[in-house]
Ligand binder design. Sequence first.
Ligand code: ISL
Length: 552
Amino acid sequence: MKKTWWKESVVYQIYPRSFKDTTGNGIGDMYGIIEKLDHIKSLGVDVIWLCPIYESPNDDNGYDISNYKKISDDFGGHKAFDQLLKKIHQKGLKLVMDLVANHTSDEHYWFTESKKSKANPYRDYYIWKDGKNGGPPNNWESFFNGSTWQYDETTQQYYLHYFTKKQPDLNWENPKVRKEIFDILEYWFEKGIDGFRMDVISLISKPDGYLDTEFEKFQDTIINYYANGPKIHEYLNEMNREVLSKYDIMTVGEGPGIDLKNGPLYVDSSREELNMVFHFDHMFIDCGSGGKYDPVPFDFKTFKAIFNEWDEALKNKGWGSIFLGNHDFSRMVSRFGNDKEYRVASSKLLAALLLTLRGTVYIYQGDEIGMTNVAYESIDDYNDVETVNAWKAAENSGQDMDHFLTVVHSQSRDNARTPMQWNSELNSGFSKEKPWLKVNPNYKNANVALQENDPHSILNFYRDMIAFRKANQTFVYGEYECLDVKHSSIYAYKRWDDTNEFLVIHNFGDTPITWSNNLNQNQYQLLKSNLSENRQNHFELAPWQTKILEVL
Ligand code: ISL
């Protein structure tokens, strides 16, 4: 296994709108990130990944870019960006940006030109098609409800959009489009950034014959039709050859539809495509038959199996990404932990899980202080386009909207987007003015200032665990084997290499448990635990306790 900096890195993901506002417009900005760099550095992380900060009309909060080479003024523009990049590097950190190349904003110049006429030089930058029987070309549904097709009066054709109608999909078949994207990558690498997270990269190659294919089930569609199109690997290989291979950078491709079968193809280093991918097998674990807004309780054994299978699939080729949350999902402690009586213990357990698995670790802002889901009283308090559209669709189909509000409480992407909780002051110290999204009312119990000097805080546990991982490369590169895979509340595994062997045991439950799996506790020494109280017996675990043991 070849060693590289990005395999050893711990990445901290920032959702800039919600991180820190210094200008008083209620929206986080880059001066805010600069102000908080010491906080980030103090965690011991190596890389910062910034969600999109480019010029955008914000139909999908920056995932609809109208100019890829312009930093949004909302965030401080280029002046702030140049300062931020410099300061990040001065602190010995690296910067990864977000590339949204499956689609642009409909306000991007390419699209405003494209829609002018069928003969416009930019027409083929997007996917245009005649309607059928007085309606759209097919019955495909967008990720955010409704048709993937939008009719445009000027040329009387429809354009394809997998997301909102303000996010038209680019036509990657067109070599000019690929050239434009490669040019954007180069532009940012020349500026000195250290990598890209690539948004829905699994969707850029449109499936053969897709225009004539009708479907019945949305969940099946993503996997069977939209993702992993026939030319995806050709495009990524070309991107690697033309740009990526020329820089010492890291890449992580995001993608619905990336599964155990095709995932390795994206990251097998001999294929020269991407370094890592984010798959969603564990993140869609609670989707019911109606998708994300029809949740079912998550199955713990399946959760473990997903980590086991992915580790196995990537262990000899490629590299994994380890994450439990991001800006698109509920808070990890609210999903996989217990955010009520065991918020602190279970937040720490999840941190210990992240930081003892094989792969590059991604920490989402706020998880280091145990931020939880929010439950706004009214749909009017929600901002996220996915949530708002799901609400409208539920209303139109006659659902019980009181019940649907509780579903929104657990599923909305806004759960992860509430302002960062810095202190107990006004607006959690995020902004002096009204924040763009309401602060989670629990901020007085969960914030950075409160946890800063408390040796038992979640925040200090993160610092400690990150340092621990850095001091023991076995956790980065070492072998992994899950023990007792069928256990219904214990997740236990071995990590080892030529010099060390560790046993990690997590109790994912509200009850104490003794788990020995026929191991002899005298052969182990306790190195770390997320609780200060530790029983003599290494295999006795309190609720939501993690123990990291060393084999003597
Ligand atoms: O958010 C999701 C589940 O709630 C996913 O289906 C998500 O839409 C998908 O993973 C793609 O996400 C990415 O692209 C979207 C953007 O809205 C997300 O914020 C981004 O992470 C479109 O650009």
